[in-house]
Design a protein around this ligand. Sequence first.
Ligand code: ADP
Ligand code: MG
Length: 508
Amino acid sequence: MAYENYEPVIGLEVHVQLQTDAKIFSPDATAFGASPNTQVDPISLGHPGTLPVLNKQVVEHALRLGLATRCSIAARSVFARKHYFYPDLPKGYQISQYDTPICYDGYVDIVPEDDEDGKSPLGTESRRVGLTRIHMEEDAGKSMHDPDGSTRLDFNRCGVPLLELVTEPDLRSPREAYLFLERLRQLVRYLDISDGNMEEGSLRCDANVSVRPRGREAFGTRTELKNMNSMRHVEQALDYEITRQIAAEERGESITQQTLLWDPDSGTARPMRSKEEAHDYRYLPDPDLVEVTVEDEMIERVREGLPELPRARRQRFVEETGLPPYDAGVLTEERAVADYFEETLRHLYKRTKGGDTDAQAKMVSNFIMTEVMRVLNERDHDVDDLPVGPERLAQLVFLRIQDKVSSNGAQEVFEAMMEQPDKSAGRIADERDLIQVSDRSAIEPLVDTVVDENPDKVKTYLGGKDGLLGFFIGQVMQRFDGSPNPELVRSLLREKLDARREEVNVDE
Ligand code: ADP
Ligand code: MG
């Protein structure tokens, strides 16, 4: 979407819900979907006499994200109380970090779309989005508003650990905001710190947006958009609000700084009541918690534990296996799929013991990008739970490389392997009579017979009706006892038919 004379300016505030065994300041569990108020203890409810103790795993997760986004790490940071009244906040304050976030001054690179889907070469110029800060905080509970007007409260989420990440106003279009979120989601999943699921609230995003005439340096007045629960909504809400701001500018009206709630049903955003917005949080350092200190040793330990990140991995796949960047991009989208690919290759190479390993990698890649991904989408499987693990996929690809099954046969074997997790690819292919005969001497006699039995058709074929080749192939395939390799049947037929050219007198 181009906005002609105006340039949008966007900054995001994103909450990442962390996957940890316990809450940020208490030992109770954090599982998603537990029945209401079953994961609460006196600490997360803020009962008098309880004391919070920081969960070290949260610090490690913060450092993982901070280091992966090239942030500086604060050697000392402080937790503060952010005061406000709301029924889902039983303590009357949220424990957060205020003037000393644990991570600051980092960045995330996003790549223009044509490169993002890998169609253009690697190394296309990327856009750098500055990260102002990443800080740790606790989540609040959840209010459930019933149709009859009553409200019920679920405190399970109280004290669930969050990272809040604030970007610089570096994004320039709704699409860029979308790409940023997509990249962030991929990153937190690679880092194994969050499932990054925006629909379930593990990623929550508020978007600040203003517009300015192109060429002007000063930012315009911004508004803040809330209540988008998918990346698509963020993009739509921003587009709506940018269009609204531009129209107001054009009419000579000034923009009011305010918070707007996105309504996905009507596709519009309405202002929050100003009372809901009145902010005076009276931040105070939390006297119950000691300073967070991060030693260099800890930073180094976390850094060493970081996985290879998606772009580096994609680059390596291209360099090591000669895969097209597009394939490498698809395979590294999810860390688990990239692992699956590499594991399959490892098993396959043990079988092939050399040869054209690039071609072998491409074959595995094709299989994953078609059969495996189709099954993952259709059945909503995780690749880790797929009944066809890397070793069995390697068996199947190996059958294909040796030409023991046809490409259709391989698909059928794959389907059957999904249902029969204990059987090898070879066994299934055998049982279903899908092992194809690639032995020339076994097929040749039948090819001769079929050609001999159809002198008229041979004549017509040689007279220029190439389509008849299909008829001959069909005859051989049907009458063969077993599954002949169709490619071999085709080339044998061509050879035999051409050999008749001299014998047959072709009428013009
Ligand atoms: P606050 O003090 O209200 O939290 P910040 O200065 O921290 O405001 O900015 C909050 C978010 O708004 C950041 O993501 C920042 O990048 C973004 N932002 C700030 N100014 C603008 C602007 N003029 N237009 C768009 N986004 C902005
Ligand atoms: Mg701020």
